[in-house]
Ligand binder design. Structure first.
Ligand SMILES: [Zn+2]
Length: 242
């Protein structure tokens, strides 16, 4: 019995196969570059692996592509053709010159239009985009807070949006004030909702203890999925029997 990885090559997709003492096959895609790993029971026939992997090819390709896009996302030049995310969807930036203030708008489901004055620097474009994201997020938040205040039976005194390096949100339980990370504007709305719920639950339970987890499990049973998506953790497919 060996636990060294075998490589399974299907079209242009390379999968590391790991044989283990497990009952079901287990498929996962890992950040940052979309490495694919398939854990399988020790004696699984190679043909079974191949057929299984082929049946999951659509799923694999989708998540590998997502990771590659995210990995590229770090540096931005704010030029036409660049990808920018908004509410979890990818848009193509189209930059145009005009006379007047910087302006951002969306058309359809594909494009974000950025209008700037002639000679605008990358920093100016970045600032205009950031303020647009802030404005959009501030449109999304109030109804979420209102909804979850009712469900949880809590009340916040104040909330705000700011750029945070290491957290998606924070809650000052004494002041009953929550902060939400500006980056959430780029994430799927359900991920923003999860952070709102998380921070509001702190008004019921200050610490991340069992009680806190019990609240999350009760009010938002799929919260782990949203957390993993935000934290760019491996996207794991369900286990299958075969
Ligand atoms: Zn927390």
């Amino acid at each position: 019995m060996s636990i060294s990885p075998e490589i399974l090559q299907i079209a242009n997709v390379q999968i590391d196969v790991v044989r283990k003492d497990i009952k079901n096959m287990h498929l996962a895609v890992y950040p940052p570059h979309g490495k694919i790993r398939l854990a399988v029971p020790q004696n699984t026939d190679e043909e079974v692996l191949r057929l299984f992997a082929i049946s999951k090819l659509g799923w694999i390709k989708k998540h590998v592509k997502n990771f590659k896009q995210q990995a590229r996302e770090t540096k931005r030049d704010y030029v036409s053709g660049e990808s920018h995310f908004f509410q979890g969807k990818r848009y193509i930036l189209e930059v145009k010159q005009h006379d007047g203030y910087g302006k951002v708008s969306i058309s359809g489901t594909k494009k974000i239009h950025l209008k700037v004055s002639k000679g605008a620097t990358v920093e100016e474009k970045a600032r205009i985009m950031k303020e647009w994201y802030r404005k959009q997020l501030k449109i999304q938040i109030p109804s979420l807070i209102e909804k979850w205040e009712k469900i949880l039976g809590v009340k916040v005194n104040d909330w705000g949006v700011k750029q945070m390096k290491t957290k998606w949100g924070s809650c000052n339980t004494d002041a009953k004030r929550i902060w939400l990370n500006l980056e959430l504007a780029k994430k799927p709305p359900i991920c923003l909702e999860y952070i709102v719920v998380h921070e509001l639950i702190h008004l019921l339970e200050r610490n991340h203890n069992d009680n806190f987890i019990a609240y999350l499990d009760k009010f938002m049973p799929k919260w782990r999925m949203y957390r993993d998506e935000l934290n760019n953790l491996p996207i794991v497919h369900n286990d299958w029997g075969y």
